[in-house]
Design a protein around this ligand. Sequence first.
Ligand code: G1P
Length: 295
Amino acid sequence: MASPRIRKAIFPVAGLGTRFLPATKAVPKEMLTVVDRPVIQHVVDEAKAAGVDQFVFVTGRNKGAIEDHFDYQFELERTLLERGKDKERIALAHDQPGAGNASFTRQQMPLGLGHAVWCARELIGHEPFALLLPDMLHHAKTPCLATMMAAYEKTGGNVVAVSPVPEDQTHLYGIVGVEDARQGISRITTMIEKPPQGTAPSNLHITGRYILDPEIFEILAEQEPGAGGEVQLTDAMVALMQRQPFHAVTFDGDIYDCGSKIGFLAANIAYALERSDLRGALRSEIDRLTSSTKL
Ligand code: G1P
């Protein structure tokens, strides 16, 4: 039987963004821009490119700008129309989710990623869904989620994107153990959230892209707090692994952790260097800055 199509994606956007204070005092961290698009827009673009058309945001206090960003801005549209700025108007319309296609719910307490995902259960219902962690920008010719969808069509079940990290960083992530690696897809045999240094089953970290069966919600409802005292999605996936297959797709593009300053700055440079309108001038600026004797 063919696997059901993935129509819905969850974007957990409730995090406080303390690492980016004071920038994130009044602006959600997901609204910080990589070149001229908010981080969250880049991640929604990835989901769209994979065929998702229902966008579920798990927000929190002070995240209203995200909702506004994905809404129709009547005054702005009108002004662009009057001024003949058709290119900008069409681009905005292209980024706009259709009526009723964006939903927002709140994670009222910061109890962990597993809890944030569980908060979306009523909006997802009984169908498999994608989950994209907005801090992690995945940059590749074929968007990560699209590659995962192709794998999911072959394997069904649950699919998680992974990529290698240096051994001394495995304690910072969810780590998987795998077998039967074939054409970038392997069966996951074990998973652990933030293993103490020296105990990781491999160096393959969970990158923040998932395709999950809705049965995960039943497990999350009962899930006890794990690493860091938070309800961990990885712990719930370990429980679901007893009942359903999990496969790993090795992502071979670049990942920028926009929750960290260096990742965020690197993402800005990488995405700008791809743009023909910015590449030349940015290269000159970088050359000038890096060759400066003041550095
Ligand atoms: C979360 C997940 C972890 C994953 C990571 C990717 O951790 O729990 O499994 O490897 O995202 O960024 P967090 O970064 O929220 O601590």
